[in-house]
Design a protein around this ligand. Structure first.
Ligand SMILES: NC(=O)c1ccc[n+]([C@@H]2O[C@H](COP(=O)([O-])OP(=O)(O)OC[C@H]3O[C@@H](n4cnc5c(N)ncnc54)[C@H](O)[C@@H]3O)[C@@H](O)[C@H]2O)c1
Length: 276
């Protein structure tokens, strides 16, 4: 990841801060799902580099263990599937046991498939199994993490503004502008958008903020996993698809963290990222 000079200098300063510590965003510990790759990894790096702790929640087969070791004592790996209650509960408990509290959860775990509803050339319908798998990981997995993470956040002492924690979900521009072949993916991201407001209303009385971001294209392993034809098709709809925007995503997360609601009068919001 490319860091500019300012960030490099911050990194040096922050490594000598007492541990555990809060990052400049005001958070102590973030649980980041899908934290061993792409946008999730950028968010983990952002948290650790800025003085917070991070728990990488990712599949046992991921690089999470090696990455956590590389990132140092303020990072831990929780091998987990977001769709498993037991796995996610263990990850939440790990955050409390290792870093004292959990006050941020960033949902980045996600999967995608690209297939038309019906391929008339091959006389083949979209696989129902694939559709259900995407819905399960992207919607149910996100909800599973939220519902268990907030149980832990609810135990935090509220800050001066009455806030106990923050949830950041990752939808996609496909939630609003799905392309050919994105029925499953768009449905899953639309589901995340749809549940954001009721969840935010559920959790507002406890001072837990909920936001969902809907980014455009990023060059990550998720995108690389799609067929070249699909990548080119999507890229044609994005002015600069070949750049790495993971750092931008991490900064975007920070933007949300910094946007503290004014006495809960601002409703939860959903923002489409700017396509650069
Ligand atoms: N890359 C893009 O262009 C783009 C655009 C908009 C939204 N998004 C969304 O951003 C999020 C992150 O995407 P990315 O591009 O960084 O993808 P990525 O493939 O680089 O990372 C996704 C991570 O999720 C993990 N994961 C998958 N299934 C899991 C499960 N069941 N339990 C736990 N972990 C699981 C993977 O192991 C991987 O580490 C996804 O939700 C994706 O839909 C990506």
């Amino acid at each position: 990841m490319v860091l500019n000079a300012l960030e490099k200098s911050k990194k040096v300063i922050l490594t000598v801060q007492p541990f555990p510590s809060r990052c400049e965003d005001g958070f102590t510990c973030g649980l980041v799902t899908g934290g061993s790759s792409g946008l999730g990894l950028a968010t983990v790096e952002r948290l650790v580099q800025n003085g917070a702790s991070a728990v990488i929640l990712d599949l046992p087969s991921s690089d999470g263990a090696a990455l956590a070791e590389k990132l140092g004592e303020r990072c831990a790996f929780a091998p987990a599937d977001v769709t498993s209650e037991a796995d996610v509960q263990s990850a939440v408990s790990l955050a409390r046991e290792k870093f004292g509290k959990l006050d941020l959860a960033v949902n980045c775990a996600g999967i995608a498939v690209a297939f038309k509803t019906y391929n008339f050339k091959k006389d083949l319908p979209h696989s129902l199994e694939d559709f259900q798998r995407v819905i399960n990981v992207n919607i149910a997995g996100t909800f599973n993490v939220i519902r268990l993470a907030v149980g832990e956040m609810g135990k935090n002492e509220p800050d001066a503004d009455g806030h106990r924690g923050c949830i950041i979900n990752t939808a996609s521009v496909a939630a609003f502008d799905g392309q050919v072949g994105q029925a499953a993916y768009s449905a899953s991201k639309g589901g995340i958008v749809g549940m954001t407001l009721p969840i935010a209303r559920d959790l507002a009385p406890m001072g837990i903020r909920v936001v969902t971001i809907a980014p455009g294209l990023f060059s990550t392993p998720l995108l690389a996993g799609l067929p070249e034809k699909v990548r080119s098709f999507l890229a044609d709809r994005c002015p600069s698809p070949r750049k790495r925007y993971t750092l931008l995503f991490a900064h975007l997360g920070k933007v949300f963290i910094l946007l503290k609601p004014i006495k809960c009068t601002i409703p939860p919001f959903i923002v489409k990222t700017i396509k650069l």
